[in-house]
Write a protein that binds this ligand. Structure first.
Ligand SMILES: Nc1ccc(Br)nc1
Length: 445
């Protein structure tokens, strides 16, 4: 039986389709576990979302870049215990190379910056939209792939980079109809945690591990967090100090605890003052518990969350000034964020903000009988060359064509009939007004 047996037909009684209807499909027509198909309606929504990502990136003067989904596993081997490195979609290829389906975009960006070396002038502002993968044990039934919009700035050491990236996120939300009462952006700096660890003389090599653990605040219980922190060798005094500082929600309180002149506080104050000038101050709030879960962040970190519901992170990012040296080359200051395609769509659904994106075609061209299939081809071709979207239909009854025109929201129906064609004419039906007239085939726009 043909694998397409399960495919519905359009009800037209053309003999080929009815015979294959009876057999069940012999292949599993579902995509691999944790992955999605994008049939036309879902694809229109995804394209709409990605067009908004692209439009914001363009308005911020970012250049689009792209990378293979397949990367060397070495790019993602990190020892900080991040979830992302424990769920690598990794395998050995036929050449014995250790490769992965990338779990994130940032290491690929860093790789390309290193590869481009001196040939690029800084700062670099790059964006991409790419599919990312994780091998999640299906017990949790979560997705194994999603598309991420990434915007990254290389070579901008000051908090201007963070301020620019947060504006991009706010511009995107505003384009989608989301307001600052729907979503907030929590931000802090990893230098806060660095300052606390310094206060307790915690060795520097524990920093990234501690970040990955405290990122689970809000997901794990306080006891579990304390236990994990103790297991890294931290004193219980240091653990209490960390949890106390990370529960702060006020910058002035933070300054009281850490003392004035601390870099973390200065950075954050500068960012809040820039936010006023950009006009997005009501979107952001200081929250010392924000550390994000990626090992390589070194400075300001931020994440957008929905103010109702389970406070899911919609997107997140931060500064990573020392990622390149982990690849064996000199560091370039960098900052970026990742914005997934799934949580945002759930949020839009909950807020009733999903756009109506019907299929829309300009013209249907239909030959009224077989000997006019040639002329219909030239009519369709000339309209397409003028930029019209044209559905060339044949072997159907006229009744079906009218139904089809409605289904695809066609603006016009161009009928190619024998008597008209002999006079160099075609018949045009404007489907919204039912207006009908003849036009010289050569003058059809
Ligand atoms: N990093 C990552 C990859 C794939 C999905 Br779904 N979520 C997170």
């Amino acid at each position: 039986a043909s694998p397409t047996a399960a495919l519905a037909t359009d009800g037209d009684s053309s003999p080929a389709s009815s015979a294959s209807m009876a057999q069940p499909a012999v292949v599993d027509v579902n995509p691999p576990r944790g992955t999605r198909d994008f049939p036309p309606e879902e694809m229109r929504l995804r394209s709409w979302l990605f067009d908004n990502f692209r439009e914001v990136s363009r308005s911020m003067a970012f250049e689009e870049v792209d990378f293979p989904v397949l990367e060397s596993e070495a790019l993602f081997i990190r020892k900080a215990g991040e979830e992302i490195t424990q769920q690598l979609y990794n395998f050995e290829d036929k050449g014995g190379r250790r490769v992965v389906l990338r779990p994130e975009i940032t290491p690929s960006l860093a790789r390309l910056v290193i590869k481009q070396g001196k040939s690029v002038s800084l700062p670099l502002k790059w964006f991409t939209i790419g599919q990312c993968w994780r091998y999640e044990r299906m017990t949790r039934g979560r997705r194994r792939e999603h598309y991420q919009w990434n915007m990254d700035i290389f070579g901008m050491p000051k908090v201007r980079a963070e301020a620019e990236l947060i504006q991009a996120i706010v511009l995107l939300f505003e384009r989608l109809g989301i307001t600052s009462s729907d979503v907030g952006i929590r931000l802090s700096s990893r230098k806060v945690l660095q300052a606390v660890l310094d206060m307790y003389s915690v060795p520097q090599n524990l920093f990234t591990q501690v970040c990955v653990i405290v990122d689970k605040l809000g997901k794990l219980s306080r006891e579990e967090i304390e236990k994990e922190l103790i297991s890294t060798g931290l004193s219980s005094e240091a653990v209490q100090g960390i949890i106390e500082v990370l529960s702060l929600k006020s910058l002035s309180k933070l300054e009281e605890v850490l003392g004035s002149g601390v870099e973390a506080v200065a950075d954050l104050k500068k960012l809040f003052s820039l936010a006023e000038q950009y006009g997005y101050a009501d979107w952001i709030c200081f929250d010392a518990s924000v550390v994000r879960g990626l090992a390589y962040y070194t400075g300001i970190v931020f994440e957008a969350f929905d103010r109702e519901g389970e406070l899911r992170a919609i997107c997140g990012g931060g500064r990573y000034d020392r990622l390149l040296s982990t690849f064996g080359t000199e560091d370039v200051p960098a900052c970026g964020f990742g914005f997934g395609d799934a949580v945002i769509v759930e949020l839009l659904k909950e807020k009733g903000l999903l756009p109506d994106l019907p299929r829309q075609i300009d013209d249907i061209v239909f030959p009224l009988d077989e000997e006019l299939e040639g002329p219909a081809s030239s009519v369709a071709s000339s309209l397409r060359k003028k930029g019209r979207s044209v559905d060339l239909v044949e072997d159907k009854r006229l009744k079906w064509v009218f139904k089809h025109a409605e289904r695809i929201n066609a603006s016009r129906l161009i009928l190619v009939g024998k008597s008209e064609w002999e006079r160099g004419m075609v018949r045009v039906k404007i489907l919204s007004t039912r207006e009908e007239f003849e036009v010289k085939a050569g003058e059809l726009q």
